[in-house]
Design a protein around this ligand. Structure first.
Ligand SMILES: Cc1cc2nc3c(=O)[nH]c(=O)nc-3n(C[C@H](O)[C@H](O)[C@H](O)COP(=O)(O)O)c2cc1C
Length: 208
């Protein structure tokens, strides 16, 4: 590959935290890997995120080697896995160019940290960097019901520049499988990052 082959391709940070919804993380990673407009993906998974991956996807999280490939279910040549404790990683600095970050699923705990400017983990710091550098930050929050603190934190984060993207799937595209439902939601997320997917369903008025 020529040295500058990736120069026009997007660099995306994918954060995975300990909210339910590991299938959304898996699908987003698969779509980013498959998208030829994406040159690099930095994958960071919180400790609680690893627990949920084990619980919901039966992923062996004791060994970190090839965790991205095992999460995606196929090779992930574009993806670099970073430890959530690695606060010195490239994405912790605003001087490192990234085009956007998605946290999916995003726990209410992680939302609280971001909404209050607390950056004690790499996911939180990378998110904080996106906000201070006016870069795209998408928070796919998942919990129900939501308390007043969650609602306030969503507003704080949105006012600071984040896109609040709660994991609330749509049904008007008539999903037949969980995968249909997850895929359409992830298409919507990626469209917000400027990565519109050809398989996204678009409502075009009532069906005859
Ligand atoms: C199986 C499982 C499911 C969970 N689901 C949620 C959830 O949907 N939303 C949420 O905010 N927290 C959920 N939690 C709790 C978070 O994992 C916990 O608050 C954790 O401290 C979040 O840490 P993190 O933001 O560093 O990942 C869940 C925990 C477990 C073990």
């Amino acid at each position: 590959m020529p040295p500058n082959a990736n120069i026009d391709k997007k660099t995306v940070v994918l954060g995975v935290t300990g909210a339910s919804g590991a299938v959304f993380a898996r699908r987003t990673l698969q779509m980013l890997e498959a998208d030829e407009r994406v040159g690099k993906v930095h994958l960071v998974i919180s400790g609680a995120g690893l627990k949920v991956l084990r619980e919901e996807l039966e992923l062996d999280v004791t060994k970190k080697t090839d965790i991205a490939a095992r999460l995606a279910g196929s090779a992930t040549p574009k993806t670099t896995y970073l430890l959530d404790s690695d606060i010195g990683a490239s994405i912790a600095s605003g001087s490192y160019r990234v085009d956007g970050m998605v946290i999916i699923p995003c726990s209410t705990g992680c939302l609280a940290q971001i909404a209050n400017g607390i950056s004690s983990t790499l996911i939180e710091r990378a998110a904080d960097v996106c906000l201070k550098e006016s870069r795209k930050l998408i928070l796919a929050i998942r919990d129900t019901p939501l308390n007043r603190v969650h609602l306030r934190n969503m507003l704080h984060a949105q006012e600071a520049g984040a896109d609040i993207f709660p994991i609330i799937p749509s049904f008007y595209h008539r999903p037949k499988t969980i995968d249909d439902l997850v895929t359409q939601f992830c298409c919507r997320v990626l469209a917000h990052l400027g990565l519109e997917q050809s398989n996204q369903f678009h409502w075009s008025g009532e069906r005859p």
